[in-house]
Design a protein around this ligand. Sequence first.
Ligand code: NAD
Length: 415
Amino acid sequence: MTKLNPFEVVQKQLDKCAKIIKLDSNVHEILRVPMRELHVSLPIRMDDGSIKVFQGFRVQYNDARGPTKGGIRFHPDETIDTVRALAAWMTWKCALLDLPLGGAKGGVICNPKQMSQGELERLSRAYINQVGQFIGPDKDIPAPDVYTNPQVMAWMMDEYSKIAGKNRFGVVTGKPLGVGGSAGRGDATARGGLHTVREAAKVCGIDLKKATIAVQGYGNAGYYAAYLAKTLFGSKIVAVSDTKGGIFSKGGLDPEAVREHKAKTGSVINFPNTKPISNEKLLELEVDILIPAALENVITGKNAPNIKAKIVAELANGPTTPEADDILYKNGVHVIPDFLCNAGGVTVSYFEMVQNFYMYYWSEKEVHERLKNKITAAYSSVLKASKEYNVNMRQAAYIVAVKRVAEAMKIRGWI
Ligand code: NAD
């Protein structure tokens, strides 16, 4: 099977949305391609004394609504088309959350698992040396993504500050707390997702105190989703999984105890008093809410007819294929699309930027409150558009986001 080119997928999604909203053809043409991209070569001194040259990218997709924002990915399979696609999705995600930001993404083709800390630090600093002129706190603000973390962000901020000759904390987000990070960033993605679940439960008439939930993936997104659903809603987490398999308990799991078990043994499997369950079966469980929080393309045309959950909350990016999407919609499953459901992370990243500009830091409680307001408003605007245009929640999210970007382009006189 030929692998889908992610950038072609992005263009197709936009074309579909453009047709529904009768988007101005000039706006459509501009939005089909990135505004700017930079390709760089990064010569790095490796620990054995040799020099290795890595390829890096930064793509600024559209900045009509404000400075661009998006993560930097270190990955051996990185391609410019993946970066372009992710930059486009960041544009829609920021617009949907009504953040005053455009979308961007960056990447370096490398395998961090085979690199020492010293090599990673030199690579992170070299990246900033090469793209430093292209980014900036009021221009384009990177963040962590796959295989980049708060430490990488701290090195990048430090390098940028050295070049600028002054502290420039606001140049990247997702930094450690001691150097301008924000309270509440750790669980922001799951917490934001659960706010959308709370709204969806109202629409579907589900009492969250009595609801059953299955979570696929038990990393940052999945663990916090399970933990917060139990502690905030009182819901019952009946199944969770990771790469090695899943566990099921009719009476409900203690998410914190499962996390400790995974930390000790490397997996959620074999947690006492649970039954084993495969990742495939977990998705088809008779539960109220299903939270895919691991990989893309897990709900397909094949298993979508067997999904019994009333709500699918996509914390993972791209867990549902377009074919599955249509089946779920036809079957009345309420899907909270990824770029709405998992937008809590970028929202708190935006709060981090604001705090860096102010040099005044908010309490965790303030961050939680502001996140709740932002993402709840975004959910309402998507629900409204889905009713107005009689489309599923994903198409509705595109409609809201693309309209906002198009409006900014028109107001600025680009069209
Ligand atoms: P993570 O690496 O912390 O955790 C991933 C989890 O998924 C692990 O428990 C892993 O064992 C599990 N997993 C991997 N392959 C699996 C498989 N085949 N079957 C079942 N489980 C599998 O990653 P994360 O940060 O939690 O991200 C998970 C998803 O959420 C990704 O799609 C990511 O893009 C998305 N997301 C995360 C954030 C965030 O802030 N962490 C933000 C937006 C989107």
